[in-house]
Write a protein that binds this ligand. Sequence first.
Ligand SMILES: C[S@@+](CC[C@H](N)C(=O)[O-])C[C@H]1O[C@@H](n2cnc3c(N)ncnc32)[C@H](O)[C@@H]1O
Length: 267
Amino acid sequence: MAQDAPISQRSSTRAPEDMPTSFGFTTVGEGQKQALVDDVFHKVAARYDVMNDLMSAGMHRVWKDAMVSLLAPPKSGGRPWTLLDVAGGTGDISTRVVRRSGETVNAVVCDINESMLAVGRDRAEKAGLSDLITFSQGNAEELPFPDKHFDAYTIAFGIRNVPDIPKALREAHRVLKRGGRFLCLEFSEVDVPLLDKVYDAFSFNVIPPIGRMVTGDGEPYRYLVESIRKFPHQERFAEMIREAGFERVTYRNYSGGIAALHAGWKL
Ligand SMILES: C[S@@+](CC[C@H](N)C(=O)[O-])C[C@H]1O[C@@H](n2cnc3c(N)ncnc32)[C@H](O)[C@@H]1O
């Protein structure tokens, strides 16, 4: 997989908004990327959940369930326990975590995109979970929360969209309490011969046309596919999580590396 130089090693002599980063296969300034990403998610918000199922053949549900199993939220309802689900979009992870806990924990979905949050709020209300899940607009790079506030931090299929990934990881570390859990689920690098070819063919030739059929526009899905190919390899990403201060960092691949779940602790 072709990759730019690791973001954390780029020259710091330029203004942050001019730092090159990738918007899919296009190189843009960090300052430009967020607006382009926001445009993608404004366009797909209404059909996001349907497209997730179509694009991953339902596999995103399996990977998300595995993430929540590893998180193992408490079920007792003893002391208060709060999850921060960043780039939480329509609230898929938070809904699962709250349900897994027997509806005893609280979750905050934080996302930069109001269109995605609006779909999530609606879903939580219909599921009768509005008292336990709150939706808050915010940037992963500058979280609007105090230090040492949350018991766990999750980010699913969100981190690759963030222009300054090391900054977002440092923010994750800042808002977690000591003993807090960090979990990141992301599309990753396929390490199974042949599967990588099939996956590439499916991603580039099937996903954008499905996107066009379902939403009337294939371009946002081209970005999603390209952005997956630009994301750092599992090992490098684990290193970036360590550089942000997390300890006992591990990862596991799902479906031959189509997705990977990285985990760490704030100790
Ligand atoms: C692919 S969706 C994932 C949504 C959800 N976590 C899931 O797994 O279904 C990516 C989300 O990242 C959000 N996002 C992109 N850049 C962000 C940023 N800088 N801060 C917070 N959220 C961001 C988008 O608005 C979008 O909702």
